[in-house]
Design a protein around this ligand. Structure first.
Ligand SMILES: C[S@@+](CC[C@H](N)C(=O)[O-])C[C@H]1O[C@@H](n2cnc3c(N)ncnc32)[C@H](O)[C@@H]1O
Length: 253
């Protein structure tokens, strides 16, 4: 069994990256958070927490795959409102057989201010305590890396603020599970690009898996060309299908 190295980056400082444009919280008429920049919703209208569990956790075989491990590393494209992170943290806390350390690296070009997160998270009472703890440690909206130790350091959240096209190539380490959660590939193609997919493959540890709600042909081709084997699975809510995959031929360790 491989023991993943902590995903590390060569120090990413603000001066190396383009300045940040923070996100602003807006709601669609049905109450779903929507991005004014991308013209797309942050999660399925069917529910952010349930989507996280169905697509990202179950799609990566979690929580089962972190059991018996010393540490388990997840990398997410698009932290957004942090719902996938909160769902993962909650599932980890509720699992008596969890790995000792959960490492969660998330890339975000347009981070929210803590006050916006508080407003958005109010829709999920089950996250109230974790949301508050996250927001107490929320970093300034400055490009670069922000490491947040939670649960006494057993949960290691690393927020990488900046454009993934700039930040992803500078990361290293061995990732066990990828959450691919950009906006729709038609509206946010740069987060699903061949460059991004190649860098994900470079970071894939032994047995690494991925999951995403998108089954777009361009996404499947870019992931396939980068070395991931992908398959369609039943999707969540309005989506007939989703994608799950693994790094074909192993990965780095
Ligand atoms: C669908 S939302 C993610 C939702 C999130 N995973 C959650 O659990 O709340 C997509 C996110 O990708 C971010 N994003 C879009 N393009 C990006 C890029 N080039 N680099 C980094 N983040 C990007 C957006 O700002 C947005 O927050």
């Amino acid at each position: 069994m491989s023991v993943p190295a902590k995903p590390r980056a060569s120090p990413l400082s603000e001066s190396m990256l383009s300045p940040l444009v923070p996100a602003r919280l807006s709601l669609a008429p049905d109450g779903t958070p929507v991005s004014e920049i991308y013209g797309d919703v942050y999660h399925s209208a069917g529910g952010g927490h349930t989507q996280a569990r169905h697509v990202f956790l179950a799609g990566n075989g979690l929580p089962a795959r972190w059991r018996g491990r010393d540490s388990f590393a997840i990398l997410e494209t698009g932290f957004g409102l942090g719902l996938n992170f909160l769902a993962t943290w909650l599932a980890w806390r509720n699992d008596s057989r969890r790995c000792r350390t959960l490492r969660f690296v998330s890339l975000e070009k347009h981070p929210f201010a803590a006050a916006d997160l508080a407003m958005a998270h109010a829709a999920w009472p089950e996250f109230a305590d974790l949301s508050e703890r996250l927001r107490r440690r929320w970093p300034p909206l400055v490009a670069g890396e922000h490491e947040i130790g939670l649960d006494g350091g057993d949960v290691d959240l690393r927020l990488v603020f900046g454009d993934a096209a700039e930040t992803l190539p500078r990361l290293d380490g061995a990732v066990d599970a990828f959450y691919l959660d950009g906006f729709s590939p038609a509206k946010n193609p740069e987060l699903w690009s061949p460059l991004v997919c190649r860098n994900l493959a470079r970071l894939a540890g032994q047995g690494a898996t991925l999951a995403t709600w998108s089954v777009a042909g361009g996404v499947r081709r870019a992931l396939g060309a980068a070395g991931f084997a992908v398959e369609k699975r039943p999707g969540f809510a309005g989506k007939r299908q989703m994608l799950a995959g693994h790094r074909a031929g192993g990965g780095n360790s």
